[in-house]
Design a protein around this ligand. Sequence first.
Ligand SMILES: [Zn+2]
Ligand SMILES: [Zn+2]
Ligand SMILES: [Zn+2]
Length: 142
Amino acid sequence: MTETDAELLRERGLRVTQGRLAVLDALARQPHADADAVHRALAAAGHETSVQSVHNVLGDLTSAGVLRRFEPERSAARYERRIDDNHHHALCRVCGRVDDVDCVVGAAPCLHADAPPGFAVDTAEVTFVGVCADCAAAATTA
Ligand SMILES: [Zn+2]
Ligand SMILES: [Zn+2]
Ligand SMILES: [Zn+2]
């Protein structure tokens, strides 16, 4: 696992550091975490680091194409390791939980809009916002 992550970092031209490996490990266990959640996971695993350095690591890994970053409405940016497909997200507006939604098309861009002349669309980011099953159940039993 750690060896694969180290190889992944090297492949993308990044130096292998404990901090980067720890962040990758945290996101393997908790996809769609925001920086605060990653920081909490690292602290729980005994890694002493600051939220700022977690932000830095997430930024480096995202620019290198190791992580995918997406920013749901009214929520902090989330990060995930599932980068090799064009999947979408379902965001619960009550608890903030995010689930993956497979793309029917599978390749970006899967939506074609009436973009401005000369504008080259390469991605359509789709977030489905609603209420998750748990929150819906809680609402009916409350
Ligand atoms: Zn919910
Ligand atoms: Zn996802
Ligand atoms: Zn799609």
